[in-house]
Design a protein around this ligand. Structure first.
Ligand code: ZN
Length: 311
């Protein structure tokens, strides 16, 4: 055992990424991609969302994808659910963890889930009651979307974000993270808001989910790390966005995030070269779709040796 600091990465490409591209990746390719991500050492993958197929046809096969993902050893399989009905289907398929989107911005909440924020907290209470009854071992987490600003509403106050995070904890959620859905965050804001979140929520303060819309994704992850955050969401090739937040674009690129932390001596548990190889099934399943990432394009620096992975 080394004393290296470690972080936890939750790969969100198969959900956040695939829901925001027009093409639908065939089920077999999704499964192949998820397997490659797990082989690279990613221990948690958000594999899809349980939403009606007419809303997001890209996610119509989510139950089948979950049934494949839960056969992969050591992998925590997470799915996004907007409500009790989605949670019911996700638990029936065998997911290990549920995540719900709760918007910090009222305008985004109405556009994304057609519910006011308080109604969404009520929905959360329903999902937690169902979890307690059917699958008490399955954690429920919330990503507070548009926590750093909203393309529809504009500024979102920090008091609003904290108030809503506390309401989610009161509803019984295990963890509340902050999402920069629209890529409006800056590092000073990230430090301020995560410091407050951690002070108010303690161990229930969750992941940083950053988008790279304005090129600040990695800087914002580092800012979060500096104030104690150890869980990060990212997506392979930077796929991602939000269909209901105009102008939102890709997530932080997993390859660049892993490179940054490993180069700093922070352990991610992810094998850099296997991670880059996981782009092949992504490209095969979504031919012609642009993928991003500076590290895969530039290659690993000469003489760069990744410290051995601790198992
Ligand atoms: Zn996102």
């Amino acid at each position: 055992m080394s004393n290296k600091p470690t972080i936890h990465i939750s790969e969100v490409g198969p959900r956040d990424g695939l829901q925001s591209v027009k093409a639908t990746m065939p089920t077999a390719d999704k499964c192949c991609w998820i397997s490659a991500l797990a082989v690279a050492g990613l221990r948690e993958i958000e594999v899809g969302s349980f939403v009606p197929a007419h809303v997001l046809p890209q996610m119509a096969d989510v139950a089948e994808v979950v049934r494949h993902a839960i056969t992969l050893p050591g992998l925590t399989v997470m799915a996004l659910v907007p409500n009790r009905r989605g949670a019911q289907a996700a638990l029936a398929a065998g997911v290990h963890k549920l995540t719900l989107p709760v918007s910090a911005s009222e305008a985004h909440s109405l556009a994304n889930v057609r519910k006011a924020r308080e109604q969404m907290v009520a929905e959360l209470r329903d999902v937690i009651a169902l979890r307690n009854e059917r699958a008490p071992g399955v954690p429920v987490e919330v990503g507070l979307s548009t926590a750093f600003g909203c393309t529809l509403q504009g500024a979102v106050t920090e008091d609003d974000v904290i108030r809503l995070a506390l309401a989610c904890v009161q509803a019984g959620v295990d963890e509340v993270g902050l999402s920069d859905t629209t890529g409006m965050a800056n590092p000073a804001q990230v430090k301020r808001l995560f410091t407050r979140l951690r002070a108010e929520l303690g161990a229930r303060a969750g992941a940083a989910h950053m988008h790279n819309t304005r090129g600040l994704g990695l800087a914002n992850c580092l800012a979060a790390f500096d104030v104690g955050v150890r869980s990060f969401d990212s997506s392979l090739g930077g796929l991602g966005g939000c269909p209901y937040a105009p102008g939102a674009s890709g997530n932080v690129v997993t390859e660049d995030l892993v490179f940054m932390f490993e180069a700093m001596g922070v352990s991610t548990g992810v094998d850099m070269s296997k991670l880059i190889s996981a782009r092949e099934p992504l490209n095969a399943g979504l031919p012609g779709e642009p993928v991003y990432g500076m590290t895969p394009e530039a290659g690993l620096p000469k003489g760069w040796v990744q410290a051995p992975l601790s198992v």
